[in-house]
Design a protein around this ligand. Structure first.
Ligand code: NAD
Length: 281
């Protein structure tokens, strides 16, 4: 049995991380490798995936493999999962992390902005869960799936309507899947970080006012490193946690959304008003 039991270490575990070329995915791949896991670093950016996998061996003496895949593409994901399983075996842990952001008001989002966001952030997670989840069930030895959602899953916002919608769906998918797979010894976790200082703001698409430089500066200033999210991911698998809000705003947002959803809606209105005032100054 290869169940990921509380108390187990990650020595010899096979781990797949999507979006492992940068930010939270890169830090998570490194953290699992540092704890003895064999890690597949998957990314749409082939060079970034290779750099990540090479670094696992060079910096950490671990085992890393690189794979290029667009998580939003059903056919590519089917090939990817088939290849991974035939080359390395069924993964014990899958981290569906790859994600993108489109920022700006709802009325400035195009249909294509919505499609890309939902395709990568939601369909990418659905494909990962569907394909690797089925393989884990068939193997019959348990496992764990981590989906990287966000504070945006429960904090409405005037600036991230498509992104927040995709993350709310990821959080609900994780809860549904957790119930379904529990009987197979497979844990499912939704990790919900607040602001994390990664390149996501630089990589994002901005619709409406171009606030890219301000967003990049704000996220850098937040000073919350991806490595701390990675530590939460490992702990979540170790303890089989259902929902893991990460950092102060993540934890306060999660608590407030349960105690007073109306307060969260009020905050969303208020922060938009404050931002509009700031833009006019
Ligand atoms: N940084 C934050 O503040 C923050 C907060 C909460 C949640 N998150 C979530 O964490 C996850 C990682 O974000 P990050 O901050 O590390 O961003 P990032 O931009 O640093 O990294 C994202 C990675 O995903 C890859 N990627 C993008 N589209 C892909 C696709 N279609 N297929 C495969 N790979 C793809 C990119 O090439 C990149 O390497 C995302 O799901 C994001 O929504 C981030």
């Amino acid at each position: 049995m290869r169940r990921v039991e509380p108390g187990a270490v990650f020595e010899g575990r096979r781990v797949v991380v999507t979006g492992a070329g940068s930010g939270i995915g890169l830090a998570t791949a490194r953290a699992f490798a540092a704890h003895g896991a064999e890690v597949v670093c998957a990314d749409i950016d082939a060079a970034a995936a290779s750099r990540a996998a090479d670094a696992l061996a060079k910096d950490l003496g671990g085992t890393g493999h690189a794979a290029q895949v667009d998580v939003s593409d059903a056919a590519q994901m089917e090939d990817f999962s088939r290849n991974i399983i035939s080359q390395y075996g069924v993964p014990d842990i899958v981290v569906n992390n790859a994600g993108i952001a489109v920022a700006g008001p709802f009325l400035d989002h195009t249909v294509d902005d919505w499609r890309r966001t939902i395709d990568v952030n939601l369909w990418g997670v659905i494909h990962g869960c569907r394909l690797f989840g089925a393989a884990m069930v068939e193997r019959g030895e348990g496992g764990h799936i981590v989906n990287i959602a966000s504070l945006a899953a429960f904090a409405p916002s005037r600036l991230l309507p498509a992104y927040s919608t995709s993350k709310a769906a990821v959080k609900m998918l994780s809860d549904c899947l957790r119930a379904e797979l529990a009987g197979h010894g497979i844990g499912v976790t939704a990790v919900c970080p607040g602001f994390v200082s990664t390149p996501i703001a630089r990589n994002a698409t901005y619709v409406g006012p171009d606030v890219r430089e301000q967003a990049v500066r704000d996220l850098a200033r937040r000073g919350y490193p991806a490595e701390r999210v990675a530590a939460h991911v490992l702990r979540a698998v170790h303890r089989n946690q259902a929902v893991v809000p990460v950092n102060l705003e993540g934890q306060i947002g999660y608590a407030l959304s349960r105690v007073s959803p109306a307060a969260m809606r009020g905050l969303a209105r208020w922060s938009g008003i404050m931002r509009n005032r700031g833009n006019r100054r």
